[in-house]
Design a protein around this ligand. Structure first.
Ligand code: SF4
Length: 478
């Protein structure tokens, strides 16, 4: 018995099938079509929404946007690969109605409309809100680092530049000394020594050239006040990624815990997360249409000014306090072992002694008060576990805001696990399943556009899983 065989490739079909027959009713491209057709692309900021009256007709931005949304949903992000898909992928042929833009047109569209992808992401979040996919009560916030188009060798910090210049000076001094020695030997030998001199001179010239370039970069850093310079993508920064340091961008996500959908995303080049919680959650609140919300993040965001800003903006923040400081390093009692009594304005120490205010000072922008009881420490049996001389405990004048947050966290210890489970879903999906471990474009504004498409694709896939394609298409058409 023979195997099942297909039609002969050169056979003409009597009734050619329509492309529509290849795309089932449950194909996500049908949602992409409905969603993009329902957008006001001019309001979103897309260029050339209205065709020019004269000249060669251009592509409709709606078609190119559909191509990009399809690409990001299917792990095809490069313009050359997207062009290839327009020739061979029946879903793309259906979506673009046989249009075949070249890779340059596709790439130019992404670059020229980079700022418009963010409103498109937001429109989809609003669609999810209509479908009641957000709990609008608790947001999990976290940042992830995504690699930039910039090798680590093309990034220089002030410290690295100063160190290179120091070493270059040492090497130059050594080479020049060796050059002088060889001149003396050459003279003594009547000009027969010195075949290695040319090589030495070449090395000196190379080091001097490199030193000059590093010196210029250091001078530029001094002028701009920046801490580092990246040569390939000037906006990218060296930042910690897990245990390694890579050159990339900091991507902030605010994820609603109900269904792990991304409400707000922002790419920046700040090395630390500190100071990014309140702005990220405030933007998410505006999209969700709420004036109060809870937000949980990790200790990387812990900063008293941040917690205060959250309280003012109607955000109930949950941030674990990092355990650090000289007492921790020396293995002494941490501050948590000392109980503050607000009515009396004193601390009670582990030995039950009272520590009273003894000194006022400043810690950055905050007033700091030190509490101590030297007489009690002198006779204390616990002193080896507490201090070398006498112990003082510092408290910021506005630290009550941290006490309130600590009490909230103590009442809901599970909220930190909830945060991790929530944010790991988009992070894992984006990096592992969608394969976005590195940006394709350079410069901050471009990567912001790129990540808006990534976050949109993540949300679309999640919403399809949650409500199903027919309901999503119906909502997009409504
Ligand atoms: S050393 Fe001082 S602060 Fe520490 S436990 Fe003893 S009395 Fe209290």
């Amino acid at each position: 018995m023979a195997h099942i065989s297909g039609s002969h490739r050169s056979q003409l079909l009597l009734l050619p099938e329509a492309v529509d027959d290849y795309v089932g009713a449950d194909n996500p491209v049908r949602f992409i079509e409905a969603f993009v057709d329902g957008l006001d692309l001019a309001a979103a900021g897309f260029a050339r929404v209205l065709p020019k009256a004269t000249g060669r007709p251009g592509y409709d931005p709606a078609d190119l946007l559909k191509l990009y949304v399809y690409g990001y949903l299917n792990r095809v992000r490069s313009s050359r690969r997207l062009e290839a898909e327009t020739h061979r992928n029946v879903e793309v042929i259906w979506l673009l109605r046989h249009l075949k833009p070249d890779f340059k047109t596709i790439a130019d569209f992404r670059r020229d409309n980079r700022a418009a992808f963010r409103p498109v992401f937001r429109e989809f979040v609003l669609l999810c809100r209509q479908l009641d996919l957000f709990g609008r009560e608790l947001l999990a916030v976290d940042g992830m680092r995504i690699k930039a188009v910039n090798n680590k060798d093309c990034n220089f910090t002030r410290g690295a530049l100063a160190e290179f210049i120091r070493r270059a000076d040492e090497k130059l001094a050594d080479y020049l000394r060796r050059l002088d020695d060889s001149d003396v030997q050459d003279e003594r030998a009547g000009g027969t020594v010195g075949r290695g001199e040319d090589k030495l001179k070449e090395k000196i010239a190379a080091i001097q050239g490199k030193r000059h370039r590093h010196k210029a970069m250091l001078a530029e850093l001094e002028r701009t006040g920046e801490d580092q310079v990246s040569l390939t993508d000037p906006d990218s920064r060296a930042m910690a990624r897990m245990t390694k340091v890579g050159v990339g961008y900091n991507v902030q996500l605010a994820v609603d815990v109900k269904h792990k959908l991304i409400v707000e995303q922002e790419v920046c080049n700040r090395v630390l997360d500190m100071g990014l919680l309140a702005p990220t959650v405030e933007a998410a609140m505006a999209t969700l249409g709420v004036d109060r919300i809870e937000a949980v993040a990790d200790k990387g965001y812990f900063k008293i000014e941040e917690v205060e800003a959250c309280e003012k903006a109607g955000i109930t923040a949950y941030l674990p306090k990092p355990v650090r400081g000289p007492a921790v390093r020396k293995g002494f009692f941490t501050k948590e072992a000392f109980r503050f009594e607000p009515d009396k304005n004193v601390y009670t120490c582990p030995a039950g002694q009272t520590l009273s205010p003894c000194r006022r000072g400043r810690s950055r922008d905050n007033v700091k008060i030190d509490y101590a009881n030297p007489a009690a420490c002198k006779a204390c049996a616990l002193r080896p576990r507490c201090t070398n001389t006498y112990r003082h405990v510092s408290r910021l004048e506005n630290e009550a805001v941290l006490d309130r947050m600590a009490a909230r966290l103590a009442a809901r210890p599970d909220i930190l696990d909830h945060r991790r489970e929530t944010v790991e879903h988009p992070f894992g999906t984006i990096k592992q399943w969608m394969g976005q471990c590195a940006f394709l474009m350079r410069r901050l504004e471009n990567v912001r556009g790129e990540f808006s498409l990534t976050a949109l694709a993540y949300n679309i896939r999640r919403a399809i899983t949650l409500v199903g394609l027919p309901d999503l298409i119906a909502a997009a058409r409504a």
